[in-house]
Write a protein that binds this ligand. Structure first.
Ligand SMILES: [Fe+2]
Ligand SMILES: [Fe+2]
Length: 301
């Protein structure tokens, strides 16, 4: 049986709570206005229900979530997201990274990281930190944090030199193990994927670090549409997969979808296959697509 990982993103879990008087003069007011004007009709609770039914049916061994659980990182949204994460399965079966909407105002990311620590704490440490390493089912999963508080309308991200240095050290420490390696990040790191104002600022530095090591797959969100790219890597190429929002009706961007990755150990190698699981409006269900070979990872000799 292959080891399976579902990758989903940008759920922007509805509904948004009412703002408290302390928020009236913060960026959250603009976020709430934007939510009711543009996004409330897009991110629908019944699609999250359909997502849950699909995950129950396909029963992935692990779930990777690449950020934007909230819209304004309001404490009520953070608590709601925590309950949603708990409903998905055990903490060990989920790896989470935050997005720009989870760092909406100064100080919010720290509060979200504290509330969501069970899903983004390094295996070897009780302290929440980025990058973290989760070793699950023969696969190394590395989580990065790229969300930073910003003035609207910018939604850029940044890894930062401290996290890049720690990533370098982490990848070097596991380089000899040669297991399939998946990196999670909210913002896309490939050139040209995000328009100016939405991009990862230090993407070139991140690509340079990842390219030196045996990284196989980068999973990201942020764009609310499926995108695919390859980058040069130590094993030849790194597959980059961007996913739609997992709660989107599809009127503004792409309809909801998520990735299902299948890691199958064979003689001398692990094959990694990909299936797109796409939301169908007519049936209100997620429908798995055809399985395609994504890449092969040779086992160390
Ligand atoms: Fe998003
Ligand atoms: Fe985002």
């Amino acid at each position: 049986m292959p080891y399976t990982i579902a990758h989903l993103s940008d759920v922007h879990i509805p509904p948004l709570p009412a703002l408290s008087p302390g928020d009236w003069f913060s960026k959250r007011v603009l976020g709430l206005f934007s939510w009711h004007r543009k996004w409330k009709a897009e991110h629908r609770p019944h699609i999250l229900d359909a997502l849950q039914r699909s995950l129950d049916e396909l029963a992935p061994d692990h779930i990777c979530i690449t950020g934007d659980l909230t819209f304004t990182t309001h404490p009520g949204e953070v608590a709601q997201a925590r309950r949603w994460l708990q409903s998905l399965g055990s903490a060990e079966s989920i790896s989470l990274v935050p997005g720009n909407h989870d760092a909406y105002v100064p100080g919010a990311l720290e509060q979200a990281c504290e509330a969501w620590a069970p899903w983004m704490t390094d295996d070897s440490s009780s302290a929440q930190q980025f990058p973290y390493l989760h070793r699950r089912g023969g696969v190394d999963i590395i989580g990065l944090s790229s969300g930073i508080p910003l003035r609207l309308p910018r939604t850029v991200g940044r890894i930062g030199s401290a996290q890049l240095g720690a990533l370098h050290a982490l990848l070097a420490s596991i380089a000899g193990d040669d297991r399939p390696c998946v990196v999670l990040i909210h913002h896309p790191l490939q050139e040209g994927a995000a328009r100016r104002g939405k991009e990862l600022l230090d993407r070139e530095a991140l690509r340079e670090v990842l390219g030196q090591y045996a990284v196989d797959i980068v999973l990201h969100g942020h764009l609310h549409r499926p995108v695919r790219a390859t980058l040069p890597g130590r094993r030849g190429r790194i597959e980059v997969l961007g996913v739609s929002s997992a709660s989107a009706f599809g009127d503004r961007y792409a309809p909801a979808h998520y990735h299902l990755l299948e890691f199958d150990r064979d003689v001398g190698q692990t094959t990694i296959a990909l299936r797109h699981v796409c939301y169908d409006r007519g049936s209100d269900t997620f429908v798995p697509g055809e399985r395609e070979l994504l890449t092969r990872v040779p086992e160390p000799t």
